[in-house]
Design a protein around this ligand. Structure first.
Ligand SMILES: [Zn+2]
Length: 270
């Protein structure tokens, strides 16, 4: 294999790794946002429970005030009852007292209901606060792990970028341009390995059969000419398969390899 093709294969390997890494890195903002959302939701539940309690306390104070007003009226009317001179006035006063007593009974009932409900509000606040504490602890652990993963992947990305730069610098600029255009057209995979199956050879990326004369050229070429797949237009390369170990080819030869990660794992160099 010509040195140029070897460098292109190395370049492709770096790009395939970078494709995977960048896709993984692009997921982190969504992961962090989901964690923030869970925290905000748990905090919102605490705030909601507290707000319900504040509203209930306000209601309670209103009923307390109503009850006080009723008591004041009752004592005022009772004080006036000794001074009334006619039966009619007395009956009217009695009626006022009864009305005020009814009002007092209603206010006291509502007050009692609010006091019972207050315990429920306390319980809801405690529950929401416990849930928040659990969520905060879980998110802290998840965030630490995600940050570690992200840092490791960023480091790995930088390493592959440096490697890529090195391989790209060894390849003529117009060939890199050609490679880049092909890669852009094919989701980042510009190269296609030749796959052997019995006496047939095919493009590992699109599956099309490779004509014998082209295969011979690929196999023997020591020039820096690049050969392209007639169908998918990727740059073809051939890596000789060790004859003693044909197992990987019998198990994977059924379908074209469209996964750049699989395609990029080129270890042998002819
Ligand atoms: Zn092809």
């Amino acid at each position: 294999m010509h040195a140029l093709l070897k460098d292109l294969i190395e370049l492709q390997e770096q790009d395939s790794q970078l494709l995977i890494l960048r896709a993984q890195l692009a997921e982190f903002p969504r992961r962090f946002a989901a964690m923030d959302e869970r925290l905000a939701s748990a905090r919102g539940n605490v705030e909601q429970a507290k707000a319900a309690q504040i509203a209930a306390n306000k209601e309670r104070r209103k009923f307390e005030l109503d009850a006080e007003l009723c008591k004041d009226r009752i004592s005022k009317f009772k004080g006036q009852s000794s001074a009334v001179k006619t039966n009619e006035a007395y009956r009217a006063l009695q009626h006022e007292i009864e009305m005020a007593e009814q009002g007092l009974a209603i206010s006291e009932d509502r007050l009692l209901a609010e006091m019972v409900a207050a315990e429920e509000y306390d319980r809801q606040i405690t529950t929401a606060q416990s849930a928040l504490a659990v969520t905060e602890a879980a998110v802290r652990v998840e965030r630490d792990a995600a940050e570690r993963d992200r840092d490791a992947e960023e480091k790995e990305t930088a390493e592959h970028e440096a490697q890529r730069k090195l391989f790209a610098s060894r390849i003529p600029e117009d060939t890199v341009d050609h490679y880049t255009r092909l890669a852009r057209r094919h989701h980042g995979v510009a190269l296609a390995r030749v796959r052997e199956r019995g006496n047939e050879q095919s493009c590992a990326m699109c599956g099309v059969l490779i004509l014998p004369h082209l295969f011979e050229q690929l196999r023997q070429s020591e020039s820096d000419d690049l050969f392209h797949c007639e169908t998918c237009t990727r740059v073809l390369y051939y890596v000789e398969t060790p004859t003693t170990d044909a197992a990987p080819y019998t198990s994977t030869a059924s379908a074209p390899e469209e996964n750049p990660a699989t395609e990029s794992r080129i270890t042998s160099r002819s």
